[in-house]
Design a protein around this ligand. Structure first.
Ligand SMILES: Cc1cc2nc3c(=O)[nH]c(=O)nc-3n(C[C@H](O)[C@H](O)[C@H](O)COP(=O)(O)OP(=O)(O)OC[C@H]3O[C@@H](n4cnc5c(N)ncnc54)[C@H](O)[C@@H]3O)c2cc1C
Length: 314
């Protein structure tokens, strides 16, 4: 039976696994999960995996790439889907190069052609068009996927799934000497219920500190950023939302001092409610906002802080 591998990391991946399940059904294939580290296999079965490979000892990107290569050579999946996270944006091209196949990065849509090839859709030309990419000859067909950009698929739970334990075929090439805490401790952008995103208009690191204080007062909130803010060194890359950052869809997205370039919009326009605060009444972000506030971001953030300070009822 043909196989579709879905690589899982951290707590996310169910949406990708469900999407793979739908593809697998049309292709007469089985969706299988490759888990680096630990995860309850029952969660993978519930999301549609027929088999779960639990891979131990793959600590860095090279080790993950080598483990994946070994599994692919042994199991020969038709398709390998990986999350578009920082880690797999590095490991996936390494694995694809070792397997001498192609890789489409940051896909926002997956479907099948009439011939059963994986149609890998991703933004191109700065996000202004969608490109469909096929890998006709080499195998497996590999793609990293912006999981949050995929429409939700109904999972096809598997009752009699199986598990195998795998070990990394090589010692890690990189040794971890120490770890610094990430600035977005706790919730990730993907898990957040509210994203308070700052742009270049926030103007300073102190400004982002204020957004952080605000986020601490709102349950489920984290700070995001535009590439303008990241390039100006106001916020770290791990906060970046957009084409070359994270694709997010929180119930509430508030954009402070973000103009609304297409590369930013593509990463957040699927959010539930979008509020934009900008001093320029013609800022493009207003065209995609449910609520438009033409004002300096500082005054709006200050008002919100005050309101959340005084409201102790919840
Ligand atoms: C290949 C490629 C990939 C890219 N990927 C991404 C990506 O992943 N994510 C991303 O965000 N961008 C991305 N970009 C960059 C994108 O094109 C924009 O340059 C960027 O989004 C602009 O960031 P910004 O809105 O913060 O800054 P600006 O465009 O400079 O906008 C700043 C805004 O702040 C407003 N402002 C100023 N002062 C205040 C104030 N006091 N109060 C309120 N508003 C104020 C201004 O009116 C303005 O609208 C990419 C570009 C390319 C070419």
């Amino acid at each position: 039976m043909k196989k579709i591998f879905v690589v899982l990391e951290g707590e996310t991946g169910e949406r990708l696994l469900a999407a793979a399940g739908a593809l697998a059904e049309s292709l007469g294939a089985a969706a299988e999960a490759v888990v680096f580290g630990e995860r309850d296999p029952a969660r993978c079965f519930a999301a549609g995996a027929r088999h779960v490979y639990l891979v131990a000892g793959a600590e860095d990107e090279m080790a993950k790439a080598l483990s994946l290569r070994a599994l692919v050579l042994r199991e020969k999946p038709e398709i390998v889907l990986l999350p578009s996270t920082l880690e797999f944006r590095t490991a996936a091209p390494m694995a694809a190069a070792m397997l001498e196949t192609g890789l489409t990065a940051d896909c926002t849509g997956l479907s099948l052609t009439d011939d059963g090839l994986l149609r890998q859709t991703r933004p191109a030309l700065g996000g202004s068009v969608s490109a469909d990419i096929l890998c006709a000859a080499a195998r497996p067909q590999m793609a990293t996927v912006q999981e949050n950009a995929l429409p939700p698929a109904v999972p096809r739970p598997v009752r009699d799934g199986t598990v195998s334990r795998e070990t990394c075929p090589a010692a890690p090439a990189i040794r971890l000497l120490s770890a610094l805490p990430r600035e977005n401790r706790g919730l990730s952008l993907r898990e957040a219920k509210v994203i308070l995103s700052g742009g270049k208009g926030v103007g300073s690191r102190e400004g982002f500190e204020k957004l952080r204080k605000l986020a601490e007062r709102i349950p489920g909130a984290v700070v995001g950023a535009s590439r303008g803010a990241v390039s100006a060194n106001l916020a770290p890359y791990e906060c970046q939302v957009g084409l070359t950052g994270e694709f997010v869809r929180p119930p509430l997205y508030i954009a402070f001092g973000i103009s609304g370039a297409v590369q930013h919009l593509v990463g957040m326009r699927n959010s539930g409610t979008i509020i934009a605060v900008n001093t320029d009444k013609d800022a493009p972000i207003f065209d995609y906002s449910d609520v438009a506030i033409v004002a300096p971001w500082e005054s709006v953030a200050e008002e919100l802080l005050l309101a959340l300070q005084t409201d102790t009822s919840c």
